[in-house]
Write a protein that binds this ligand. Structure first.
Ligand code: HEC
Ligand code: HEC
Ligand code: HEC
Ligand code: HEC
Ligand code: HEC
Length: 214
């Protein structure tokens, strides 16, 4: 035993069988059963939505801030998809006879939510929280691309483990002034005086397994 397995195997084996093993199994079975379906092959996924709601028009041309609709993104793990009432704040008065807005008016009357199709989706065994990332001044565009130019939302980044870790190992280049969080066009050249290292509490993102697999 001692010859075949050196001393470090005392802890590495439990880790392999206790953590990696089950996860690989879950991953492999999950991959075949669920993630293998073409809907979730990640980058480029842009499903047609029940209403052709355009971020290019609303967030881009009309300049509505992301947080007007995704209003839990700074407080919660998930960024809320807005209820139909948020749309009707405007569409009670704007384009009231538009045919493509008929499902929106109907959803508002019946109270039955619009069945938006999910675009970005991590497997259950990976933990992600928006509020922490937004508080660490990572902008929406860093992880979601130029949503303000998308007629239909498309996944731009792989959301893979190595993608998460690439940033966790060196987050500073991805941080920006707090005021620019939802500015989709921001680049580092726009804020030459901003120094992420000068922040009072420099964030330390987890690289250990249980940080993201809890
Ligand atoms: C007027 C409301 C509104 C505004 C403003 C808005 N969104 Fe959205 N957003 C929605 C709705 C509704 C959906 C679901 C339908 C869809 O995917 O297009 C959505 C979906 C998304 C998704 C995909 C969610 C998923 O299923 O993975 C992302 C990412 C997103 N929005 C980011 C943004 C960003 C970034 C901004 C600011 C630049 C923004 N949104 C501004 C209403 C809004
Ligand atoms: C550090 C990367 C990162 C940043 C920054 C980020 N997101 Fe996300 N977003 C994700 C990931 C990863 C998911 C998928 C989460 C899941 O499946 O649990 C997601 C999912 C979403 C969704 C779908 C609902 C949900 O929460 O799962 C919306 C809407 C969204 N993001 C909007 C935004 C907006 C608006 C901002 C900026 C204020 C933003 N995101 C910033 C990575 C990010
Ligand atoms: C702050 C006001 C505002 C909010 C909130 C808003 N919209 Fe709009 N929407 C507009 C305006 C303005 C137009 C463009 C009207 C025009 O083309 O003259 C528009 C256009 C549209 C159109 C195109 C209609 C057509 O016939 O061309 C759709 C579809 C739409 N919005 C869906 C939505 C949905 C779904 C929501 C909620 C997630 C939403 N909007 C929230 C202001 C808003
Ligand atoms: C562009 C940079 C960036 C990307 C991409 C990113 N993160 Fe992070 N993450 C951070 C930073 C910065 C922190 C530290 C926040 C703090 O300590 O205040 C963090 C913290 C965390 C934490 C610890 C805080 C908490 O919620 O308990 C978890 C978990 C996490 N990230 C998961 C993920 C996952 C999963 C992904 C990929 C889907 C991801 N992150 C992608 C920058 C990033
Ligand atoms: C920063 C967050 C983060 C950390 C830290 C992290 N993971 Fe992951 N891991 C993820 C995400 C996100 C996924 C899902 C990737 C996907 O859907 O493509 C994942 C997927 C996996 C999978 C499934 C792979 C597959 O192909 O389905 C295994 C196994 C795994 N991680 C093991 C580990 C181990 C072991 C560690 C520690 C050495 C670790 N992870 C650390 C975020 C993380």
């Amino acid at each position: 035993m001692a010859v075949i397995f050196p001393r470090w195997s005392n802890w590495i084996i439990p880790i392999i069988f206790g953590v990696v093993g089950p996860m690989v199994t879950v991953g492999a079975v999950g991959a075949l059963w669920y993630w293998g379906s073409p809907e979730f092959t990640d980058v480029g996924y842009a499903p047609d939505q029940p209403v052709p709601y355009s971020h290019k028009l609303h967030a881009g041309e009309l300049g509505i801030d992301c947080r007007y609709c995704h209003n839990t993104v700074e407080q919660g793990a998930a960024a809320a998809i807005p209820p139909t009432a948020t749309c009707m704040n405007c569409h009670k008065a704007v384009k009231t006879d538009s045919e493509i807005l008929e499902p929106v008016r109907q959803a508002f009357e019946t109270g039955e939510p619009i069945a938006w199709k999910r675009v970005h989706l991590l497997p259950d065994y990976a933990y992600f929280d928006h509020s922490v990332h937004v508080a660490a001044t990572i902008g929406c565009a860093t992880c979601h691309g130029r949503v303000d130019q998308m007629k239909t939302v498309k996944q731009e980044e792989p959301l893979s483990m190595s993608w998460c870790l690439d940033c966790h190992r060196n987050p500073a280049p991805n941080m920006r002034p707090h005021s620019e969080l939802t500015n989709m066009a921001w680049t580092a050249a726009d804020s030459p005086d901003f120094d992420p290292h000068a922040k009072a509490r420099f964030p330390t993102p987890p690289e250990h397994c249980s940080g993201c697999h809890r």
